[in-house]
Design a protein around this ligand. Structure first.
Ligand code: FAD
Ligand code: DHB
Length: 393
């Protein structure tokens, strides 16, 4: 089999790329190792930047998002038992974010691709990508028990942090920059209405907590926990009590979350990682295959989307004009935005979490930074611009 663009991985990056190419009349084949139900249920991100929302609309993939998604115009920061709002439109010239879960974005893109897109194969496990520096790179994969090959004009590795496409870039030209963190998140989904209509990020002496949501009836909540925490050590009541303690504010002593049945519970480790370059020959890396961020600040899904928006533009330019100019610029163009998001995610993470080794001095610095963010329009605008998303490309 031959295609113009072979896409390894059917997560948000691969699926959005397939849609953007289909809309421009460029062939692609997407190979996804998992089955459809697994990909559609995998609990992950929930916040779409303005640029991601705009791109989904332009791609014709926003009909349900515009009906069911919830536009948020700010977030609340809680620290030192006080609360402070950051108003996005006022600080960014009108930008906001959309609460619409990654599971739903993925469902919408899969439905569109299966209805009228290039082939999207589930249960197709890619083993290797070969010949990146030649004219016809090859994807070797196993589907329905048989070994298959797909030759391509271009291959895009959208296969996430544990994918295989990255190995198509020889080790001699590849550099990975990494940082780990001494804490994880315990995340739950709960059948309980969110108690506040925006997200709440809390710094507390007991550690970080985040209140997010998936719908007017479903809350998504996160607690900082030690690395290697076993979720079984956190019965539901312990989670709710701890969340209430971390969100507590002096001005409203009776404030409590609405409790409800917990339908998912998982521990998420945190890491920052960037692999450079994001292109070698005819192989491109996009999304988590090239970089990951700790989740504080909700950048992972949005970076995956912005990579493939830049790449689709470059592939379409090459297709229409024969010029590889934008493809040649792909890695540098993306890495500028990637490193900004890496810094923002690192900043949000280290400002809001309690490092088990941190001193009282470090804590005072965090509180000073948080006070600055909520008392200076300049400092708040820096947060708001990064959170709602910087320009793509
Ligand atoms: P993925 O979503 O990882 O998609 C890669 C796809 O490739 C997968 O479907 C995988 O099955 C497939 N694949 C892998 N290997 C192969 C292979 N060999 N052959 C074929 N297919 C393959 N971000 C946030 O902003 N907020 C959050 O709260 C948040 N929570 C997260 C929780 C978890 C547990 C994880 C892992 C990530 C979370 N993220 C979060 C990050 C965000 O979900 C990712 O940045 C986003 O999914 C990246 O999209 P992607 O398409 O690049 O990669
Ligand atoms: C969500 C995740 C985040 O990392 C974040 O900063 C905000 C919201 C969420 O899953 O809803």
């Amino acid at each position: 089999m031959h295609t113009t663009v072979g896409i390894v991985g059917g997560g948000p990056a691969g699926l959005l790329l397939a849609r953007l190419l289909r809309n421009a009349g460029i062939d692609s084949v997407t190979l996804e190792s998992r089955d459809r139900a697994y990909v559609e249920q995998r609990q992950r991100a929930g916040i779409l930047e303005q640029g991601t929302v705009d791109a989904l609309r332009a791609a014709g993939a926003a009909e349900r998002m515009d009906r069911e998604g919830m536009v948020h115009h700010g977030i609340e920061l809680r620290f030192d038992r006080g609360l402070h709002r950051v108003d996005f439109p006022a600080l960014t010239g009108g930008r906001s974010v959309m609460v619409y879960a990654q599971t739903e974005v993925v469902k919408d893109l899969i439905a569109l691709q299966l209805a009228d897109g290039g082939p999207l194969l589930f249960g197709a496990q890619v083993r290797s990508v070969e010949g990146a520096d030649g004219d016809r790179p090859v994807i070797r994969y196993v589907h329905e028990g048989r070994e298959q090959t797909l030759t391509c004009d271009y291959v895009v590795g959208c296969d996430g942090f544990h994918g295989v496409a990255r190995n198509a870039v020889p080790e001699s030209v590849r550099t990975t920059y990494e940082r780990t963190y001494p804490y994880s998140w315990l995340g739950i989904l709960a059948e309980a209405p969110p108690v506040y209509d925006e997200l709440i990020y809390a710094h507390s002496t007991r550690g970080f907590a985040l209140a997010s949501m998936r719908s007017p009836a479903v809350s998504r909540l996160y607690l900082q926990v030690p690395n290697h925490t076993d979720p079984a050590d956190w019965p539901d009541e312990r989670i709710w009590d701890e969340l209430d303690a971390r969100f507590a504010v002096d001005a409203d002593p009776g404030w409590k979350l609405e409790r409800g049945p917990v339908s998912a519970k998982a521990v998420l480790p945190m890491r920052s990682s960037v692999t450079e370059p994001m292109r070698y020959g005819r192989v491109f890396l996009a999304g988590d295959a090239a970089h990951i961020v700790p989740p504080t600040g909700a950048k992972g899904l949005n970076l995956a989307a912005s990579d493939v928006i830049v790449l689709a533009r470059a592939l379409i330019h090459e297709h229409n004009t024969g010029s590889a100019e934008l493809l040649d610029a792909y890695s540098d163009t993306c890495l500028r935005r990637v490193w900004r998001a890496e810094h923002f995610s690192y900043f949000m993470t280290t400002t809001l979490h309690t490092d088990p080794a941190q001193s009282p001095f470090d804590t005072r610095l965090q509180l000073s930074q948080l006070t600055r963010l909520t008392s200076s329009a300049h400092a708040a605008a820096e947060l708001a611009e990064n959170y709602t998303g910087l320009p793509i490309g």
